[in-house]
Design a protein around this ligand. Structure first.
Ligand code: DAH
Length: 366
Protein backbone atom coordinates (compact mmCIF):
# COMPACT_ATOMS: atom_id res chain seq x y z
CA UNK A 1 0.00 0.00 0.00
CA UNK A 2 1.43 3.30 -1.05
CA UNK A 3 1.72 5.97 1.65
CA UNK A 4 -0.59 8.93 1.16
CA UNK A 5 1.22 11.57 -0.82
CA UNK A 6 -0.87 14.12 -2.69
CA UNK A 7 2.10 15.31 -4.72
CA UNK A 8 1.53 12.35 -7.12
CA UNK A 9 -1.65 14.12 -8.26
CA UNK A 10 -5.27 12.88 -8.54
CA UNK A 11 -4.78 10.98 -11.77
CA UNK A 12 -2.01 8.76 -10.46
CA UNK A 13 -3.97 8.39 -7.18
CA UNK A 14 -6.97 7.17 -9.14
CA UNK A 15 -4.86 4.44 -10.75
CA UNK A 16 -3.65 3.39 -7.30
CA UNK A 17 -7.23 3.25 -6.06
CA UNK A 18 -8.31 1.06 -8.96
CA UNK A 19 -5.46 -1.36 -8.34
CA UNK A 20 -6.34 -1.61 -4.65
CA UNK A 21 -10.02 -2.11 -5.41
CA UNK A 22 -9.19 -4.97 -7.74
CA UNK A 23 -7.70 -6.89 -4.78
CA UNK A 24 -10.74 -6.46 -2.54
CA UNK A 25 -12.55 -9.75 -1.80
CA UNK A 26 -14.48 -9.29 1.42
CA UNK A 27 -16.72 -6.77 3.15
CA UNK A 28 -14.01 -6.06 5.70
CA UNK A 29 -11.47 -5.33 2.99
CA UNK A 30 -13.93 -3.02 1.29
CA UNK A 31 -14.58 -1.07 4.51
CA UNK A 32 -10.82 -0.71 5.04
CA UNK A 33 -10.49 0.59 1.50
CA UNK A 34 -13.26 3.07 2.09
CA UNK A 35 -11.64 4.41 5.27
CA UNK A 36 -8.30 4.71 3.51
CA UNK A 37 -9.71 6.57 0.51
CA UNK A 38 -12.71 8.61 1.64
CA UNK A 39 -12.48 8.50 5.48
CA UNK A 40 -13.04 11.75 7.29
CA UNK A 41 -9.48 11.94 8.54
CA UNK A 42 -6.20 10.72 7.11
CA UNK A 43 -7.67 9.41 3.84
CA UNK A 44 -6.46 10.16 0.34
CA UNK A 45 -9.47 12.33 -0.43
CA UNK A 46 -9.17 14.18 2.91
CA UNK A 47 -5.52 14.81 2.12
CA UNK A 48 -6.37 16.23 -1.28
CA UNK A 49 -9.03 18.50 0.24
CA UNK A 50 -6.52 19.72 2.81
CA UNK A 51 -3.96 20.35 0.10
CA UNK A 52 -6.55 22.27 -1.89
CA UNK A 53 -7.34 24.54 1.06
CA UNK A 54 -3.80 25.86 1.09
CA UNK A 55 -3.15 25.69 -2.67
CA UNK A 56 -2.43 28.63 -4.88
CA UNK A 57 -5.14 29.52 -7.38
CA UNK A 58 -2.84 28.07 -10.04
CA UNK A 59 -2.62 24.70 -8.24
CA UNK A 60 -6.37 24.66 -7.57
CA UNK A 61 -6.90 24.95 -11.26
CA UNK A 62 -4.64 22.04 -12.13
CA UNK A 63 -5.88 19.44 -9.63
CA UNK A 64 -9.03 20.81 -7.97
CA UNK A 65 -11.24 19.20 -10.53
CA UNK A 66 -9.27 15.94 -10.54
CA UNK A 67 -9.52 15.67 -6.76
CA UNK A 68 -13.29 16.05 -6.88
CA UNK A 69 -13.60 13.47 -9.62
CA UNK A 70 -11.42 11.11 -7.60
CA UNK A 71 -13.75 11.52 -4.64
CA UNK A 72 -16.83 10.81 -6.77
CA UNK A 73 -15.30 7.77 -8.42
CA UNK A 74 -14.13 6.30 -5.13
CA UNK A 75 -17.53 6.74 -3.50
CA UNK A 76 -19.46 5.43 -6.50
CA UNK A 77 -17.32 2.36 -7.15
CA UNK A 78 -17.17 1.43 -3.48
CA UNK A 79 -20.98 1.62 -3.27
CA UNK A 80 -21.23 -0.50 -6.39
CA UNK A 81 -18.87 -3.13 -5.07
CA UNK A 82 -20.70 -3.11 -1.74
CA UNK A 83 -23.97 -3.90 -3.50
CA UNK A 84 -22.31 -6.67 -5.52
CA UNK A 85 -20.86 -8.26 -2.38
CA UNK A 86 -24.26 -8.07 -0.65
CA UNK A 87 -25.96 -9.73 -3.60
CA UNK A 88 -23.42 -12.56 -3.60
CA UNK A 89 -23.72 -13.10 0.16
CA UNK A 90 -25.40 -16.38 1.22
CA UNK A 91 -28.66 -15.75 3.10
CA UNK A 92 -28.85 -17.11 6.65
CA UNK A 93 -29.72 -20.86 6.73
CA UNK A 94 -29.12 -21.13 3.00
CA UNK A 95 -28.33 -24.51 1.47
CA UNK A 96 -24.76 -24.73 0.26
CA UNK A 97 -25.24 -26.22 -3.17
CA UNK A 98 -21.51 -26.66 -3.62
CA UNK A 99 -21.32 -29.35 -0.92
CA UNK A 100 -21.01 -32.90 -2.30
CA UNK A 101 -24.43 -34.60 -2.23
CA UNK A 102 -25.41 -37.75 -0.38
CA UNK A 103 -25.29 -40.67 -2.79
CA UNK A 104 -28.72 -42.32 -2.79
CA UNK A 105 -28.58 -46.08 -2.22
CA UNK A 106 -29.77 -47.39 -5.60
CA UNK A 107 -31.06 -50.93 -5.82
CA UNK A 108 -29.38 -53.44 -8.11
CA UNK A 109 -30.94 -56.14 -10.26
CA UNK A 110 -30.53 -59.58 -8.73
CA UNK A 111 -27.98 -61.61 -10.74
CA UNK A 112 -30.56 -64.35 -11.37
CA UNK A 113 -33.01 -61.77 -12.73
CA UNK A 114 -30.26 -60.53 -15.04
CA UNK A 115 -29.68 -64.03 -16.44
CA UNK A 116 -33.41 -64.72 -16.72
CA UNK A 117 -33.93 -61.51 -18.67
CA UNK A 118 -30.88 -62.11 -20.83
CA UNK A 119 -31.99 -65.63 -21.76
CA UNK A 120 -35.52 -64.36 -22.37
CA UNK A 121 -34.15 -61.63 -24.67
CA UNK A 122 -31.94 -64.06 -26.62
CA UNK A 123 -34.88 -66.36 -27.36
CA UNK A 124 -37.30 -63.52 -28.00
CA UNK A 125 -34.93 -62.39 -30.74
CA UNK A 126 -35.13 -65.91 -32.18
CA UNK A 127 -38.92 -65.70 -32.27
CA UNK A 128 -39.74 -67.75 -29.15
CA UNK A 129 -42.45 -66.91 -26.67
CA UNK A 130 -41.40 -66.65 -23.02
CA UNK A 131 -43.62 -68.42 -20.44
CA UNK A 132 -43.55 -69.05 -16.71
CA UNK A 133 -46.18 -71.55 -15.58
CA UNK A 134 -47.32 -72.92 -12.21
CA UNK A 135 -44.84 -73.97 -9.52
CA UNK A 136 -47.17 -76.49 -7.92
CA UNK A 137 -47.94 -79.32 -10.29
CA UNK A 138 -49.78 -82.56 -10.62
CA UNK A 139 -48.03 -85.85 -11.09
CA UNK A 140 -49.30 -86.12 -14.65
CA UNK A 141 -47.65 -82.96 -15.99
CA UNK A 142 -44.44 -83.28 -14.02
CA UNK A 143 -43.86 -86.97 -14.73
CA UNK A 144 -46.42 -89.12 -16.45
CA UNK A 145 -46.97 -87.17 -19.66
CA UNK A 146 -43.19 -86.81 -19.94
CA UNK A 147 -42.96 -90.57 -20.47
CA UNK A 148 -42.23 -91.28 -16.83
CA UNK A 149 -45.12 -93.50 -15.71
CA UNK A 150 -45.48 -94.50 -12.08
CA UNK A 151 -42.70 -96.93 -11.11
CA UNK A 152 -40.52 -95.53 -13.88
CA UNK A 153 -36.97 -95.54 -12.50
CA UNK A 154 -36.38 -92.04 -13.86
CA UNK A 155 -38.66 -90.66 -11.19
CA UNK A 156 -35.99 -91.51 -8.65
CA UNK A 157 -33.52 -89.25 -10.39
CA UNK A 158 -35.32 -86.31 -8.93
CA UNK A 159 -36.15 -86.27 -5.28
CA UNK A 160 -39.51 -84.63 -5.22
CA UNK A 161 -41.05 -82.31 -2.62
CA UNK A 162 -44.70 -83.29 -2.12
CA UNK A 163 -47.41 -81.09 -0.64
CA UNK A 164 -48.74 -82.11 2.77
CA UNK A 165 -52.22 -81.26 1.52
CA UNK A 166 -52.84 -81.62 -2.22
CA UNK A 167 -54.75 -78.77 -3.78
CA UNK A 168 -56.50 -77.91 -7.05
CA UNK A 169 -55.72 -75.18 -9.54
CA UNK A 170 -58.06 -72.20 -9.28
CA UNK A 171 -60.92 -72.34 -11.77
CA UNK A 172 -59.42 -69.85 -14.21
CA UNK A 173 -56.01 -71.53 -14.25
CA UNK A 174 -57.04 -74.19 -16.76
CA UNK A 175 -58.67 -73.03 -19.94
CA UNK A 176 -61.34 -75.50 -20.95
CA UNK A 177 -60.71 -79.16 -21.47
CA UNK A 178 -57.13 -79.76 -22.60
CA UNK A 179 -56.46 -81.37 -25.95
CA UNK A 180 -54.71 -84.72 -25.99
CA UNK A 181 -55.04 -87.38 -23.35
CA UNK A 182 -54.73 -85.20 -20.25
CA UNK A 183 -56.85 -86.61 -17.44
CA UNK A 184 -60.17 -84.89 -16.86
CA UNK A 185 -61.32 -83.54 -14.46
CA UNK A 186 -57.96 -81.96 -13.52
CA UNK A 187 -55.79 -83.96 -11.16
CA UNK A 188 -54.94 -82.71 -7.68
CA UNK A 189 -51.72 -80.72 -7.47
CA UNK A 190 -49.51 -82.82 -5.24
CA UNK A 191 -45.96 -81.60 -5.69
CA UNK A 192 -43.62 -78.72 -6.35
CA UNK A 193 -42.44 -79.04 -9.94
CA UNK A 194 -39.05 -80.69 -10.14
CA UNK A 195 -38.29 -79.26 -13.56
CA UNK A 196 -39.72 -76.77 -16.04
CA UNK A 197 -40.29 -79.64 -18.48
CA UNK A 198 -43.84 -79.79 -17.10
CA UNK A 199 -44.48 -76.62 -19.09
CA UNK A 200 -43.84 -78.48 -22.34
CA UNK A 201 -46.93 -80.56 -21.62
CA UNK A 202 -49.07 -77.67 -20.34
CA UNK A 203 -48.36 -75.61 -23.43
CA UNK A 204 -48.81 -78.37 -26.02
CA UNK A 205 -52.08 -79.48 -24.42
CA UNK A 206 -53.53 -76.06 -25.06
CA UNK A 207 -51.88 -75.16 -28.37
CA UNK A 208 -51.55 -76.87 -31.73
CA UNK A 209 -48.11 -76.99 -33.38
CA UNK A 210 -45.89 -75.23 -34.31
CA UNK A 211 -44.37 -74.41 -30.92
CA UNK A 212 -41.41 -72.25 -30.07
CA UNK A 213 -41.16 -71.44 -26.37
CA UNK A 214 -38.89 -70.95 -23.41
CA UNK A 215 -40.31 -71.38 -19.91
CA UNK A 216 -38.27 -69.81 -17.13
CA UNK A 217 -38.89 -70.13 -13.42
CA UNK A 218 -38.29 -71.81 -10.07
CA UNK A 219 -38.13 -75.58 -9.61
CA UNK A 220 -37.83 -77.57 -6.37
CA UNK A 221 -35.92 -80.63 -5.26
CA UNK A 222 -35.36 -82.32 -1.97
CA UNK A 223 -31.71 -81.31 -1.77
CA UNK A 224 -29.80 -80.04 1.21
CA UNK A 225 -28.21 -76.64 1.00
CA UNK A 226 -24.53 -76.79 0.13
CA UNK A 227 -22.02 -75.14 -2.20
CA UNK A 228 -23.74 -76.42 -5.33
CA UNK A 229 -27.28 -77.39 -4.24
CA UNK A 230 -30.38 -75.56 -3.07
CA UNK A 231 -33.88 -76.99 -2.59
CA UNK A 232 -35.15 -74.28 -4.95
CA UNK A 233 -33.40 -73.13 -8.09
CA UNK A 234 -34.37 -71.92 -11.54
CA UNK A 235 -34.51 -73.52 -14.96
CA UNK A 236 -34.96 -72.45 -18.54
CA UNK A 237 -36.89 -74.93 -20.61
CA UNK A 238 -36.84 -74.71 -24.39
CA UNK A 239 -39.25 -76.43 -26.76
CA UNK A 240 -39.51 -76.23 -30.53
CA UNK A 241 -42.01 -78.35 -32.43
CA UNK A 242 -42.95 -78.30 -36.09
CA UNK A 243 -42.60 -80.05 -39.39
CA UNK A 244 -39.02 -81.06 -40.13
CA UNK A 245 -37.37 -79.88 -36.89
CA UNK A 246 -34.07 -81.76 -36.60
CA UNK A 247 -31.15 -82.39 -34.30
CA UNK A 248 -29.19 -79.93 -36.43
CA UNK A 249 -31.68 -77.22 -35.43
CA UNK A 250 -31.10 -78.12 -31.77
CA UNK A 251 -27.34 -77.89 -32.18
CA UNK A 252 -27.48 -74.61 -34.06
CA UNK A 253 -29.84 -73.10 -31.51
CA UNK A 254 -27.75 -74.11 -28.50
CA UNK A 255 -24.53 -73.01 -30.19
CA UNK A 256 -26.09 -69.59 -30.81
CA UNK A 257 -27.30 -69.41 -27.21
CA UNK A 258 -23.84 -70.31 -25.84
CA UNK A 259 -22.21 -67.55 -27.86
CA UNK A 260 -24.86 -65.01 -26.86
CA UNK A 261 -24.55 -65.91 -23.16
CA UNK A 262 -20.83 -66.58 -22.78
CA UNK A 263 -19.23 -64.67 -25.64
CA UNK A 264 -18.44 -65.15 -29.31
CA UNK A 265 -16.40 -68.23 -30.06
CA UNK A 266 -17.70 -70.27 -27.10
CA UNK A 267 -17.84 -73.81 -28.48
CA UNK A 268 -20.41 -76.47 -27.54
CA UNK A 269 -20.25 -80.25 -27.65
CA UNK A 270 -22.97 -82.88 -27.36
CA UNK A 271 -22.57 -86.06 -25.28
CA UNK A 272 -25.07 -88.91 -25.58
CA UNK A 273 -27.29 -89.17 -22.51
CA UNK A 274 -30.71 -90.33 -21.43
CA UNK A 275 -33.95 -88.56 -20.56
CA UNK A 276 -37.29 -90.39 -20.76
CA UNK A 277 -38.90 -87.52 -22.69
CA UNK A 278 -36.28 -87.23 -25.44
CA UNK A 279 -34.82 -89.67 -27.93
CA UNK A 280 -32.01 -89.31 -28.74
CA UNK A 281 -30.89 -87.36 -25.68
CA UNK A 282 -27.74 -85.36 -25.16
CA UNK A 283 -25.97 -83.48 -22.45
CA UNK A 284 -24.41 -80.30 -23.72
CA UNK A 285 -21.09 -78.87 -22.60
CA UNK A 286 -19.68 -75.45 -23.34
CA UNK A 287 -16.00 -74.80 -23.80
CA UNK A 288 -14.62 -73.69 -20.43
CA UNK A 289 -15.07 -69.94 -20.32
CA UNK A 290 -12.08 -69.50 -18.04
CA UNK A 291 -9.34 -71.45 -19.84
CA UNK A 292 -11.04 -71.52 -23.29
CA UNK A 293 -10.63 -75.28 -23.42
CA UNK A 294 -7.02 -75.56 -22.30
CA UNK A 295 -7.93 -77.21 -18.99
CA UNK A 296 -8.12 -75.55 -15.57
CA UNK A 297 -9.53 -76.10 -12.08
CA UNK A 298 -12.95 -74.76 -13.07
CA UNK A 299 -13.48 -77.40 -15.79
CA UNK A 300 -11.59 -80.09 -13.83
CA UNK A 301 -8.89 -80.05 -16.53
CA UNK A 302 -11.30 -81.27 -19.21
CA UNK A 303 -11.72 -77.95 -21.04
CA UNK A 304 -15.50 -78.44 -21.01
CA UNK A 305 -18.33 -77.58 -18.64
CA UNK A 306 -21.76 -79.22 -18.64
CA UNK A 307 -24.61 -76.73 -18.84
CA UNK A 308 -27.79 -78.46 -19.95
CA UNK A 309 -29.78 -81.52 -20.97
CA UNK A 310 -31.53 -81.79 -24.30
CA UNK A 311 -32.80 -84.02 -27.04
CA UNK A 312 -35.42 -84.72 -29.69
CA UNK A 313 -38.90 -84.88 -28.18
CA UNK A 314 -39.97 -88.51 -27.57
CA UNK A 315 -42.98 -89.65 -29.62
CA UNK A 316 -44.72 -90.74 -26.39
CA UNK A 317 -44.70 -87.10 -25.26
CA UNK A 318 -46.36 -85.99 -28.49
CA UNK A 319 -48.96 -88.72 -28.09
CA UNK A 320 -49.76 -87.55 -24.56
CA UNK A 321 -50.65 -84.09 -25.82
CA UNK A 322 -52.49 -85.22 -28.93
CA UNK A 323 -49.78 -84.33 -31.46
CA UNK A 324 -49.13 -86.79 -34.29
CA UNK A 325 -45.48 -87.92 -34.06
CA UNK A 326 -45.63 -88.96 -37.73
CA UNK A 327 -46.42 -85.41 -38.73
CA UNK A 328 -44.10 -83.35 -36.61
CA UNK A 329 -40.82 -83.50 -34.71
CA UNK A 330 -39.30 -81.31 -32.06
CA UNK A 331 -36.39 -80.61 -29.78
CA UNK A 332 -36.25 -79.65 -26.11
CA UNK A 333 -33.66 -78.56 -23.61
CA UNK A 334 -33.45 -77.65 -19.95
CA UNK A 335 -30.78 -75.48 -18.34
CA UNK A 336 -30.09 -74.27 -14.79
CA UNK A 337 -30.18 -70.48 -14.42
CA UNK A 338 -27.96 -70.54 -11.31
CA UNK A 339 -25.44 -72.66 -13.16
CA UNK A 340 -25.16 -70.05 -15.90
CA UNK A 341 -24.77 -67.29 -13.30
CA UNK A 342 -22.11 -69.25 -11.37
CA UNK A 343 -20.11 -69.76 -14.54
CA UNK A 344 -20.55 -66.32 -16.00
CA UNK A 345 -19.45 -64.45 -12.89
CA UNK A 346 -17.16 -67.06 -11.33
CA UNK A 347 -19.34 -67.31 -8.19
CA UNK A 348 -18.23 -70.33 -6.16
CA UNK A 349 -21.10 -70.73 -3.69
CA UNK A 350 -24.69 -71.00 -4.95
CA UNK A 351 -26.03 -69.93 -1.54
CA UNK A 352 -24.81 -66.38 -2.20
CA UNK A 353 -27.75 -65.96 -4.59
CA UNK A 354 -30.23 -66.32 -1.75
CA UNK A 355 -28.55 -64.65 1.21
CA UNK A 356 -29.25 -61.10 0.05
CA UNK A 357 -25.90 -59.84 1.28
CA UNK A 358 -25.64 -56.33 -0.18
CA UNK A 359 -21.87 -56.65 -0.59
CA UNK A 360 -22.61 -59.45 -3.05
CA UNK A 361 -25.67 -57.98 -4.74
CA UNK A 362 -24.12 -54.57 -5.29
CA UNK A 363 -21.57 -56.07 -7.66
CA UNK A 364 -24.23 -56.64 -10.29
CA UNK A 365 -25.92 -54.31 -12.76
CA UNK A 366 -28.68 -51.80 -12.16
N1 DAH B 1 -35.59 -81.76 -17.07
C1 DAH B 1 -34.16 -82.00 -17.08
C2 DAH B 1 -33.61 -81.70 -15.71
O1 DAH B 1 -34.30 -81.20 -14.89
C3 DAH B 1 -33.47 -81.13 -18.10
C4 DAH B 1 -33.88 -81.48 -19.48
C5 DAH B 1 -33.23 -82.47 -20.18
C6 DAH B 1 -34.90 -80.79 -20.09
C7 DAH B 1 -33.58 -82.80 -21.47
C8 DAH B 1 -35.27 -81.10 -21.39
C9 DAH B 1 -34.59 -82.12 -22.07
O2 DAH B 1 -36.24 -80.48 -22.03
O3 DAH B 1 -34.94 -82.39 -23.35
O4 DAH B 1 -32.45 -81.99 -15.46
Amino acid sequence: MTAIDTSIGPDRARELFRAELADVRTDAELQALRTRWVGRKGSWVAAFMEALATATPEQKKTFGRGANELKKEVEATIAEREAALAAARRPAHAVDITLPGRTPALGHRHPLSLIRDEVGAIFTRLGYQVLEGPEIEDDYHNFEALNMPEEHPARDMQDTLYLATPTFASADASVGRPRGKAPWPPQPLTLLRTHTSAMQIRHMEQNAPPVRLVAIGPVYRKDNLDLTHTPMFHQVEGLVVGKGVTLADLKGTLAAMAEALFGAGTGVRFRPSFFPYTEPSAEVDIQCIKCKGAGCAMCKRTGWIEILGSGMVHPAVFEAVGYDPNEITGFAFGMGVERVALLKWGVEDIRLFYENDLRFLEQFGL
